[in-house]
Write a protein that binds this ligand. Structure first.
Ligand code: HEC
Length: 136
C-alpha cells in the first residue's frame, strides 16, 4: 500500500520540478531572445574594430587615426590620414589585407592578411568609417 503512494508522490514531485524547469527555461528564452551583449550590433563591431586598430595600426596611423602615430615620421609617404580617407570599404579591406605594395602604394603599409581574420579586417574598416569625417 505504501509503495505505490510513495511512487505517486515522487512522480508528482518530478512533474512539478520539470514544470518549474521548463518555466525557468521559458523565462531565460524570453530574456535571451535579444542578444545579451548585442554582439552583432554596430556598437560591438566598432568596439572590436577599435581593439584591432589600437593593437596593430596605432603606431603609424596614430591614436586619432589621422596619420600622426609615433612612428609616422619614419615613413615617406607618411601613414594615411584615415579620418579623411575617401576610400570605400572594399579598397580599405584590400590594402589592409594585401598591403600597400600590392595596390601600387607604399610598401610601408604592411599586409595584414596573415595576422588578422576577415572578421577583424571587417571590424577595423567599420570602425575607421565610423570615425571618418570626410564621408559624412
Ligand atoms: C608601419 C606603419 C603602418 C602600420 C603599422 C599600418 N599602416 Fe596603414 N598605411 C601606412 C602608410 C605609410 C600608408 C600610406 C601608403 C601610401 O600613401 O602609399 C598607409 C595607408 C593605409 C590605408 C589607405 C588609406 C587611404 O586613404 O588611401 C589604410 C586604409 C590603412 N593604411 C589602414 C591600416 C590599418 C587598418 C592598419 C592596422 C591593421 C594599418 N594601416 C597599419 C603605414 C602603416
Amino acid at each position: 500500500m505504501r509503495k505505490p503512494a510513495l511512487a505517486a508522490a515522487f512522480l508528482l514531485l518530478a512533474m512539478h520540478a520539470q514544470a518549474q524547469l521548463s518555466n525557468a527555461y521559458a523565462q531565460v528564452l524570453q530574456v535571451t531572445s535579444k542578444p545579451l551583449l548585442a554582439r552583432d550590433g554596430a556598437d560591438a563591431t566598432h568596439f572590436r574594430g577599435s581593439l584591432v586598430f589600437f593593437t596593430y595600426c596605432v603606431t603609424c596611423h596614430g591614436p586619432n587615426a589621422d596619420g600622426n602615430g609615433r612612428a609616422a615620421r619614419l615613413y615617406n609617404p607618411r601613414p594615411a590620414n584615415l579620418r579623411t580617407s575617401d576610400k570605400n570599404d572594399a579598397y580599405m579591406k584590400l590594402i589592409i589585407r594585401s598591403g600597400g605594395k600590392a595596390v601600387a602604394r607604399s610598401e610601408f603599409m604592411p599586409p595584414w592578411g596573415e595576422e588578422l581574420t576577415d572578421e577583424q579586417i571587417g571590424d577595423v574598416v567599420a570602425y575607421l568609417q565610423s570615425i571618418n569625417t570626410a564621408r559624412k
